[in-house]
Design a protein around this ligand. Structure first.
Ligand code: ATP
Ligand code: MG
Length: 717
């Protein structure tokens, strides 16, 4: 019937409508930043539901971050109302995999309540594996092994599938064997790491065709955002699950592929056409997000990359303000100048919600946090080290994990002697030996050991009472609300008292955090659901009441947009990051440049780029030089703004350092500003990749540096 066109299709351009309305068969939307890919994807979901093609729970929608999943749900809700709540299969690859795995855990040798380990736990477990094999972990660090194993998992390789040459690459040929041992340990612990969520689901599908067929049938429509960042394991996962009905729609932008270091492969975009012959390819060219100058600057920048599929971008919007470029003396001044700038915008009536600071490395955040606390500017950190990673929270979570999941050795080991109860290394050692011999978890080993003479009377008594406590708490899981149980566990174990007795300045804040944890738990149906949330949603949730500036890494900013975006730290060694250059050379550089492109294209109206001439790296001040990406900006679309200190430091000025591209950006953006008469011939200048590095090559390990204790939100300090 020639029904009236649904309202939600209004305002979409013809290409977007094609992406929304081509429901049968594979669709690939390949388009630049801000062209409305995510909007098309969201509308497509609404369309499917509105036409009754599928129910909410028959749609699989994959996003890249939990935040993106939340936003997508909200957007769908705006279009179709409450129906969006029923979308139980909207989430990240990891979250969806975890859900599938829990339903069929036994088929891959797990119990449904398996634990999801974070990086910390993973490293600790690998250390144990190395120790048990008598491998010197100074020479062969657990962290390096973790990276290797993650790499294999990202490529969908089980231990037996690791290519011989690579398996030999760690600890004199033991790499592959250690991977196998690690997997064995995980199974004993009834645990998986992040990579396993995908790998084990893949295995589940491959070994159980009936289970796979079930999901192939269930998911009538499959949608994937940020497709350019899928790794091989995710790709295989997706291909398996979508081969049934083949109604799969992926949207992405090769210029925004920024997870190569984590195994993402842009080639997946090219493979799509092979694996899904007859796929409809949609290209979107109109950018709806950014003003002219911002788009021109971003397009010019990314045109310096060689490995591109290439595409056109234009805007019909106004030219707007030129992105600004400011050189500052050091990172402190950078934070101060940006803080003042934000306050000025605030006074002019701009909402803090529409302002973001995007950093290359998370250690850069601390300076901003400190400054913002000082001037009372509300902010939030998105992604990065956060609430659930604080020591006291991790301890508390370890207690709760032991209650919910008695075979969780890592959790048990973490708290066995916290607070001190006389169960030192010797006891733990004994438990380990016993556990390994009997192939049982530590908690169970403890239960046996306290019945023997192997332990001295004192530790024996302490261990016995600890084991009994856990037994008692566990028996309350079904009868006591989880937050009350948590409070009880923390009190009765002596953990809370430990901080009450602590005289350090941080103790009060830690106690507040523990209270906050208990409060957070109230919102969940039960303990298991809460622990699942913690392991997956490592983003801090705080009230939306107060408007705040967002601070996050460039990686976390993918897909988001803000009126005003600050881009600090455009210095060689930091951005592009020295590690990317050292480890991946040219490919690393291009990935860094894509990250810069992601950064600039987050801005709707204002982009402000900064570089400092001095930066403190691991406590040492080092002179720096501006990023080559500064040189990649087009001079006619960027405004140089001197920092207040420029005169103060004797003529120190951005113009002395910055060396903007003199070419216009017409070559990189054919659609954009074509009208400009007598434009320069479309030619990128030769690349200056040989730009000198900062005097001492910097390795910025500071990314994992502990966070400032002056974090206002959690009241620490
Ligand atoms: P990214 O590559 O950064 O993820 P994207 O291609 O997913 O970007 P969206 O986030 O979907 O782009 O859209 C960018 C902005 O443009 C959003 O504010 C969106 O609401 C708006 N937009 C998209 N399509 C249209 C349209 N047809 N008309 C008006 N505004 C639109
Ligand atoms: Mg998007």
């Amino acid at each position: 019937a020639a029904a009236q066109r649904p309202r939600y299709l209004d305002g979409l351009n013809p290409e977007q409508r094609a992406a929304v309305e081509t429901l049968d068969g594979p669709v690939l939307v390949l388009a630049g930043a801000g062209t409305g890919k995510t909007r098309a994807l969201t509308t497509r979901i609404a369309h499917i539901m509105a036409l009754g093609q599928a129910r909410a729970y028959e749609i699989l929608a994959v996003t890249f971050t939990n935040k993106a999943a939340r936003e997508m749900r909200e957007r769908v809700e705006m279009l179709v109302g409450d129906g969006a709540q029923a979308m139980q299969w909207l989430g990240t690859f990891h979250a969806i995999s975890a859900k599938i795995l829990r339903r069929h855990a036994e088929l891959v040798g797990l119990k449904p309540n398996f634990t999801i380990l974070d990086t910390d736990d993973q490293i600790r477990l690998l250390k144990q594996v190395l120790q048990a094999e008598n491998i010197d972990d100074k020479r062969w660090p657990a962290r390096a092994l973790a990276m290797r194993i993650d790499g294999w998992k990202n490529r969908g390789l089980l231990p037996a599938q690791v290519p011989a040459g690579e398996a030999e690459s760690f600890a004199n040929g033991k790499g592959g064997a250690l991977y196998a041992l690690y997997q064995e340990r995980l199974k004993i612990l009834n645990a998986v790491d992040f990579g396993d969520l995908l790998l084990e689901t893949l295995r589940l599908f491959r070994e159980n065709p009936d289970v796979l067929a079930d999901y192939q049938k269930r998911f009538k429509y499959i949608l994937v955002d940020e497709y350019q960042d899928t790794n091989v394991a995710q790709y295989l996962w997706l291909r398996l699950i979508s081969q049934g009905r083949r109604n799969v729609c992926c949207v992405g932008d090769d210029d925004q592929s920024v997870y190569g270091w984590r195994g993402a492969e842009v080639e997946n975009i090219l493979r799509f056409e092979q694996d899904f012959p007859g796929a409809k390819i949609v290209r979107l060219e109109r950018n709806y997000r950014s003003t002219g100058h911002i788009l021109a600057a971003a397009s010019h920048l990314i045109a310096h990359n060689e490995g591109r599929l290439g595409k056109t971008l234009f805007t019909d919007g106004e030219e707007g303000e030129k992105p600004t470029l400011t050189g500052v003396w050091d990172s402190q001044e950078e934070a101060r100048v940006i803080g003042e700038d934000i306050e000025q915008l605030q006074r002019k009536g701009h909402s803090l919600e529409e302002i973001a600071i995007l950093v290359r490395a998370s250690f850069q955040m601390r300076e901003f946090e400190e400054r913002f606390v000082e001037i009372g500017l509300p902010y939030r950190i998105i992604g990065g080290p956060r609430f659930y990673e604080r020591a006291e929270i991790r301890d508390a979570l370890a207690y709760l994990r032991c209650v919910g999941q008695p075979s969780d050795d890592l959790a048990f080991e973490r708290i066995i002697n916290t607070p001190k109860r006389g169960l030192g290394d010797a006891t733990v050692q004994l438990l380990h030996e016993y556990g390994r011999r009997e192939r049982i978890p530590l908690m169970q080993a403890a239960r046996f050991l306290v019945e023997t003479e192997e332990l001295k009377p004192k530790p024996r008594g302490a261990l016995k009472s600890l084991v009994a406590d856990f037994e008692r708490w566990r028996n309350l899981i079904d009868s006591k609300p989880q937050h009350e149980l948590a409070e009880m566990v923390l009190d009765e174990s002596g953990y809370t008292q430990m901080w009450r007795d602590d005289k350090t300045p941080e103790a009060a804040g830690r106690l507040e955090n523990l209270k906050e944890l208990v409060r957070a738990m109230e919102e969940f149906p039960d303990l298991a659901a809460f622990l699942e949330h913690v392991s997956l949603v490592m983003e801090t949730e705080e009230s939306k009441e107060q408007a705040r500036v967002s601070v996050m890494t460039l990686h976390a900013a993918k897909g988001l947009e803000f009126e005003t975006v600050y881009l600090p730290g455009w210095e060689e060694g930091l951005f592009p990051h020295q590690r990317s250059l050292d480890e991946q050379g040219r490919a690393g550089l291009e990935e860094e440049r894509r990250l810069a492109y992601v950064g600039v294209t987050r801005a709707k109206r204002r982009a402000r780029i900064f570089f400092a001439s001095n930066r403190r790296i691991r406590g040492l001040w080092q002179p720096t030089v501006p990023s080559r990406f500064v040189d990649n900006l087009p001079s006619d679309h960027v405004e140089v703004v001197e920092a207040p200190s420029a005169s103060q430091y004797g003529g120190y000025a951005v113009s002395r350092f910055a060396n903007l591209d003199v070419y216009g950006s017409d070559y990189s953006t054919p659609g954009w500003k074509r009208a400009k008469a007598g434009a320069t011939t479309p030619r990128a200048e030769p690349m200056r990749e040989s730009r000198p590095r900062a005097k001492q090559p910097m390795t910025i390990e500071g990314e994992v540096v502990a966070r400032s204790s002056t974090n206002a939100r959690y009241g620490a300090g």
